[in-house]
Every structure is written in structure tokens, then in C-alpha cells.
Design a protein. Structure first.
Length: 191
């Protein structure tokens, strides 16, 4: 009888521990609005705390061309981009232990953001001059918090590497390989 009681307590403790273990959402689709971007994204669970986030969207910015006589001309651009980002939501267990929300992957995270900006397929270019496509690879730290049932806010920052794909016949005033700083604030809607 004593062995049965001990075995019961051991099994119950394993079940309670299994119920306390929290994980990221299995699959999230959302639309996200940033300060300079609008995108659609999918976040798929790879492991209990790891997701793969893929995103396609539009980014707005400026480009400047400098002529040989010293005059500068600015152009406003809207450029499509594609990004892939593995994320590790490291604070899920702590948030759950403190009784805080973990819905919609509300947690702090580390990630490796890889983004390709295709300026050859620019949607809006007010001065219609050529700009170089680029690839960014940025380690990031971020905070994601749920706002109500379907909305969330996300803050992220990082320093990384940019490679610009130049055409040989043009002269560019920027380097082919460059350091890039990334600071983002985004609001999203999960559907």
C-alpha cells in the first residue's frame, strides 16, 4: 500500500510539472505595421521556445544620388522585402511562473534577422533612379507583449551586417559591406 501511495505522488508530480510547462504558439499568422513598414508574417513553432518567423512586406525609405557637379537629388522609395528570423523566446517559463501572459508568444527573445530588400522591384521611386538591393543579417534582442486578445506590440534592436549588391557601371557613395543598426517598434494583429 505504501508503494502505491508513493508511486501516485510521483505520477501526480510529473503531471503537474507537465501542465506547468509553457511553449510558444504552434502557428501564428499576423499583419504587422511598423514605423516604416507594413508586412504579413507567419511564425511556426520548431521547439518549445524556438520559432521560425518568415515575413514579406513593404519598406519605405529615402535614397540620395550625388552628381559629379556636387548636386544631390533625393528619392522616396517603397521597396518589397523578405525576411527569415529564427527566434528563441527565453523568458516564457519565468513569465508563466510569475502569472504573466504568454499568449501570442508574449516574451523576451533573441533572434537572427535576415532580410533581403529588392530595390530592383521598387513599387514607388519618385525620381526613378537606380538603387542597390541589399541583404541584412542582424542579431537582435526583442520584447513582444500581447495587447488584448488579438493585438500585440513588439520592440527590437540590434547591430549587424549589410551587403549591398552593386552594379559595376554605377558609382555608389556607400560601402559594399557595411554595419547596420536596427531599431523597430511594431504593432500587429493575429488572425
Amino acid at each position: 500500500m505504501r508503494k502505491c501511495v508513493i508511486l501516485s505522488f510521483v505520477l501526480i508530480s510529473f503531471l503537474v510539472k507537465a501542465q506547468e510547462e509553457v511553449s510558444v504558439e504552434k502557428n501564428l499568422n499576423s499583419v504587422q505595421l511598423g514605423l516604416l513598414s507594413l508586412s504579413f508574417q507567419n511564425e511556426t513553432r520548431l521547439d518549445r521556445k524556438i520559432t521560425l518567423r518568415s515575413e514579406i512586406g513593404l519598406f519605405s525609405g529615402n535614397s540620395v544620388i550625388e552628381y559629379s557637379d556636387g548636386q544631390k537629388e533625393k528619392s522616396f522609395l517603397i521597396v518589397p522585402f523578405v525576411s527569415v528570423e529564427p527566434r528563441w523566446y527565453y523568458s516564457l517559463d519565468r513569465r508563466n511562473r510569475l502569472g504573466k501572459e504568454t499568449k501570442n508568444n508574449s516574451s523576451n527573445y533573441f533572434s537572427l534577422l535576415t532580410t533581403f530588400y529588392s530595390t530592383r522591384t521598387t513599387i514607388v521611386n519618385t525620381k526613378d533612379f537606380e538603387t542597390a538591393p541589399s541583404l541584412d543579417i542582424i542579431p537582435e534582442y526583442g520584447i513582444r507583449r500581447s495587447i488584448g486578445k488579438r493585438f500585440y506590440a513588439e520592440y527590437s534592436a540590434g547591430i549587424g551586417y549589410r551587403h549591398n549588391f552593386f552594379k559595376k557601371e554605377y558609382f555608389y557613395s556607400i560601402e559594399e559591406n557595411d554595419v547596420v543598426y536596427d531599431l523597430q517598434f511594431k504593432l500587429g494583429y493575429v488572425f
